[in-house]
Design a binder for this molecule. Structure first.
Ligand code: GSH
Length: 215
């Protein structure tokens, strides 16, 4: 497998954690997002959307969209499972994951931030308000469900990590990247801290990847 990644990409992070949890051997190809390599013809021949990540499965399929890739890994490498066995549990885990991956993260990505600054003329403070609002309203919803559900355990759904924990960690890392304090969401914070005790999460941290700045 070839994993097209970038140290800072949160979507790539989600796939990196899934690969690590499932201990799937792969080669990493780092794409220079800051230098615009993802927008060049060579990478667009791999992922026509020009975004990270992408995964070449080594059997003729080139996959894109982090959650689609994680679902592929789940089906091809079912152990350990990242989705619960029951339908309601799977829907809850996917729902929690999608609050971040479908509704919040798309508001934070470089092309949207660039558009807000360069085309819409927002200054740094206004962009920061945009980012903080997206992150905190999303985390409000995640926290409310985590706090009310009897299925919440050490992790978002039970005592083993699922796709929801991968996306929660991605959300909390975005809070850190954009300097939004996460102290007001205690269940989410507790679960994020638990995930960081696992090497698959800790070793996948963006700042631990090749090309990342020292801190
Ligand atoms: N929904 C996509 C998001 C992909 C995405 O936007 N990736 C970001 C990095 S986290 C990217 O490549 N952005 C490039 C840009 O915005 O120019 C996924 O989950 O894979």
């Amino acid at each position: 497998m070839i994993f097209y990644s970038n140290w800072r990409s949160l979507a790539a992070y989600r796939v990196r954690v899934a690969l690590a949890l499932k201990a799937i051997p792969h080669e990493v190809v780092a794409i220079d997002m800051a230098g615009g390599e993802h927008l060049g013809e060579r990478f667009k021949a791999i992922n026509p959307q020009g975004v990270l990540p992408a995964l070449d499965d080594g059997h003729g399929a080139v996959l894109f969209q982090s959650l689609a890739i994680v679902e592929y890994l789940e089906q091809t490498h079912p152990t350990p499972p990242l989705l619960p066995a029951d339908a309601a549990g799977r829907a809850r885990v996917r729902g929690l994951a999608l609050i971040h991956a479908a509704d919040v993260h798309p508001l934070l990505v470089p092309r949207v931030r660039n558009h807000l600054q360069k085309d819409a003329g927002l200054d740094d403070a206004a962009v920061q308000r945009w980012l903080a609002r997206a992150l905190t309203t999303g985390l409000d919803a995640i926290e409310a469900d985590l706090a009310r559900s009897p299925h919440t355990g050490t992790f978002c759904h039970g005592d083993t990590p699922t796709l929801a924990d991968i996306c929660l960690a991605s959300h909390m890392l975005a809070m850190m990247f954009f300097k939004v304090d996460s102290a007001g969401w205690p269940t989410a914070r507790r679960i994020y801290d638990a995930s960081q005790q696992l090497p698959a999460f800790a070793d996948s941290h963006p700042l631990k990847q090749p090309g990342a700045p020292p801190a």
